[in-house]
Design a protein around this ligand. Structure first.
Ligand code: NAI
Ligand code: MG
Length: 497
C-alpha cells in the first residue's frame, strides 16, 4: 500500500518549464506569483507553477486576440490547419510516456490508464478534428423573397475561446476543447485546473512544435475564482467552454452575462447504471464496478447510482462488493494498482464525508469507504446498499469511488427512478433484450446511453449532458456548431421585373 520508492515515478522525465505560455513564450506571472502542484500519492510538491492573475489573463487574451484578428491561423488554408493538428496528434503519441507520467504525478490516476486512455484519447481528438478542418462547409439556400438571389452560409470561427478544464482528465479535457477550437480557426486561452496544470502546459509546447503559431494557444494556470473568473468576464473573449461542477457552471453563466459570451458547459452527473435480470451478469457486474471505480470514480459520467432488477439484486450487490474488495488501491505508478489516490486531501475529505453521511442516513455500507496509507489521499472503493432515493449519496455528485445500489421491478419503475435527478449526463443499461434496451434508450433523459458497455468514449461520438449537466456537445461533428458561427450571405443577382 505504501507508495513505491523506486520505479517509473523516478524514471519519469523531469517536469519541464512551469511558467505561463503566452504568445508563444514562457513567462512568469506579472507579479511573480506561483502555486504548488502536489503529487496526490505522496503529498509532495511537484513544482511551483506560475500563477496567472487577472493581468496575465489580460496579456494572454490580448495575444489570442491579435492572433485571431491579424494572425495567420484563421487565415491559413484548411489543409494547413489540418496538417498541423494531425502533427500535434502524432506528437502527443510520440510523447505518450512523458504525458502519462505527468498525469499520474499531478492527478494520481494510474499510469497504465493514463497511457491506455488519456493520452491516446487526446491524440485521437486532434487526429479526428484535423479531418474536420477541411470540411466546414456552408450551404446554398434557395429563398422565396421576390427577385433573384444567391444566398449561402459560411462557417466562421467564433474568435477567442476561453477554455476552462477540470483536474480529472487534465490532458484529455484540454484536448476535447482545444482540438475543435483550433480546427475551426479560433484562438485559445486555456486555463487548466489548479490541481493539475502540468500536462496542459506541455500540450501548449507540443502545439508550438507542431506548427501552431504563437498566440493561438495560450496556457494560463491559476485559480478558478481569479484566472478563471477573469477569463470568463473578459470582453476580449468571444466564447467560454467549461467542464467542471454544476455550481461553478452557474458562476460561469453569471460571469459571461456582461459580454453575452457564447457559453458551453459540461457539468456534473449522477449517472444511473441499470442491470436487468436478463443481462449477461458477469459482464454487467464488471461493467458496473468499472463504471464507478475507474479513475477513482473521478469521472463525470461515473455510474454512481446502480439500479438492479429485484431477481438478481443480491447476486449483483455481492458481485460489485467483491469487485470493490478485489481492487488494489495504491500508487498509480505501481503496475498492480487499479485505484490511485484521490486528487487532493480536500477532495478525499469531501468523498469521505459522503460515506459518513450515507452511514448516518442508515444506508448499508457493504465495503470500503475507509482511508488507507499514511501518505497520500487513498480511499477504498465503497459500496452502499439499502439506500433511499432522498439520501445525499443517491442525489449528489460525489466524484469518488462510491456506488449506491437500489432494486427495481420493471422498465417504468426504473425509468422513473433513473430520471429522478437534476442531472442528465449519461446512463448505462445491461440487458439481452433489444427492445428493452431501446425502451430505456428512449426514456432516459440523458446525453449518452451506453448499453451492454459503459464509459465508452470516442472522438466521433458527441458527448454532453441535458438538464443541469450542461449546454452543448463535445466531440463528434456536433461540437463544431459550438466553435463556429454561421454567417448568412444574401446577394441580389437580379431585381424583380
Ligand atoms: P470546479 O468546477 O470548481 O473546477 C473546475 C475548473 O473551473 C477549474 O479549472 C477551476 O479552476 C475553474 N473554476 C473554479 N471556479 C471558477 C470560477 N468562478 N470562474 C471560472 N473558473 C472557475 O471543480 P472543483 O472545485 O475542482 O471540484 C469540486 C467538485 O466539482 C468535484 O468534487 C466534483 O463533484 C465536481 N467536478 C465535476 C467535474 C465534471 O467533469 N463533471 C470535473 C471536476 C469537478
Ligand atoms: Mg497536482
Amino acid at each position: 500500500m505504501t507508495p513505491q520508492t523506486a520505479g517509473p515515478r523516478e524514471q519519469a522525465p523531469a517536469i519541464g518549464d512551469v511558467r505561463l505560455l503566452v504568445d508563444g513564450l514562457r513567462v512568469d506571472a506579472r507579479d511573480g506569483a506561483t502555486f504548488p502542484t502536489v503529487d496526490p500519492a505522496t503529498g509532495a510538491v511537484l513544482a511551483h507553477v506560475a500563477e496567472a492573475g487577472a493581468a496575465d489573463v489580460d496579456l494572454a487574451v490580448a495575444a489570442a486576440r491579435r492572433a485571431f484578428d491579424d494572425g495567420p491561423w484563421p487565415r491559413a488554408t484548411p489543409a494547413e490547419r489540418s496538417r498541423i493538428l494531425w502533427r500535434l496528434g502524432d506528437l502527443i503519441l510520440e510523447h505518450a510516456e512523458e504525458l502519462a507520467a505527468l498525469e499520474t504525478r499531478d492527478n494520481g490516476k494510474t499510469y497504465a490508464s493514463a497511457l491506455a486512455v488519456d493520452v491516446p484519447g487526446a491524440a485521437g481528438l486532434f487526429h479526428y478534428m484535423a479531418g474536420w478542418a477541411t470540411k466546414l462547409e456552408g450551404t446554398t439556400i434557395p429563398i422565396s423573397a421576390p427577385g433573384t438571389f444567391h444566398t449561402y452560409t459560411r462557417r466562421e470561427p467564433v474568435g477567442v475561446c476561453g477554455l476552462i478544464v477540470p483536474w480529472n482528465y487534465p490532458l484529455g479535457q484540454s484536448a476535447w476543447k482545444v482540438a475543435p477550437a483550433l480546427a475551426c480557426g479560433n484562438t485559445v486561452v486555456l486555463k487548466p485546473a489548479e490541481q493539475t496544470p502540468l500536462s496542459a502546459l506541455r500540450l501548449g509546447e507540443l502545439a508550438l512544435e507542431a506548427g501552431v503559431p504563437a498566440g493561438v494557444l495560450n496556457v494560463v494556470p491559476g485559480f478558478g475564482h481569479v484566472a478563471g473568473a477573469a477569463l470568463v468576464a473578459h470582453p476580449g473573449v468571444d466564447k467560454v467552454a467549461f467542464t467542471g461542477s454544476t455550481e461553478t457552471g452557474r458562476a460561469i453563466i453569471r460571469g459571461a452575462t456582461g459580454s453575452i459570451k457564447k457559453v458551453s458547459l459540461e457539468l456534473g452527473g449522477k449517472s444511473p447504471n441499470v442491470i436487468f435480470d436478463d443481462a449477461d451478469l458477469p459482464a454487467a457486474i464488471q461493467g458496473a464496478a468499472d463504471g464507478i471505480f475507474f479513475n477513482q470514480g473521478e469521472v463525470c459520467t461515473a455510474g454512481a447510482r446502480l439500479y438492479v432488477q429485484r431477481g438478481v439484486y443480491d447476486e449483483v450487490v455481492e458481485g460489485v462488493a467483491d469487485a470493490a474488495r478485489g481492487l488494489r488501491v495504491g500508487d498509480g505508478f505501481d503496475p498492480a494498482t487499479e485505484v490511485g489516490p484521490l486528487v487532493t486531501a480536500e477532495h478525499r475529505d469531501v468523498v469521505r464525508g459522503y460515506v459518513d453521511a450515507g452511514v448516518a442516513d442508515g444506508a448499508r455500507l457493504i465495503t470500503g469507504g475507509d482511508e488507507v496509507g499514511d501518505a497520500g489521499w487513498f480511499l477504498r472503493p465503497a459500496v452502499f446498499a439499502g439506500v433511499r432515493p432522498e439520501m445525499s449519496i443517491v442525489r449528489e455528485e460525489i466524484f469518488g469511488p462510491v456506488v449506491a445500489i437500489q432494486p427495481f421491478d420493471d422498465v417504468d419503475d426504473v425509468l422513473r427512478a433513473a430520471n429522478d435527478s437534476p442531472f442528465g449526463l449519461a446512463a448505462g443499461v445491461w440487458s439481452s433484450d433489444a427492445s428493452k434496451v431501446h425502451r430505456m434508450a428512449d426514456g432516459l433523459r440523458v446525453g449518452t446511453v451506453w448499453a451492454n458497455c459503459y464509459g465508452v468514449f470516442d472522438a466521433a461520438m458527441p458527448f454532453g449532458g441535458v438538464k443541469q449537466s450542461g449546454w452543448g456537445k463535445e466531440m463528434g461533428h456536433a461540437v463544431l456548431s459550438d466553435y463556429t458561427e454561421t454567417k448568412t450571405v444574401c446577394i441580389r443577382t437580379a431585381v424583380p421585373s
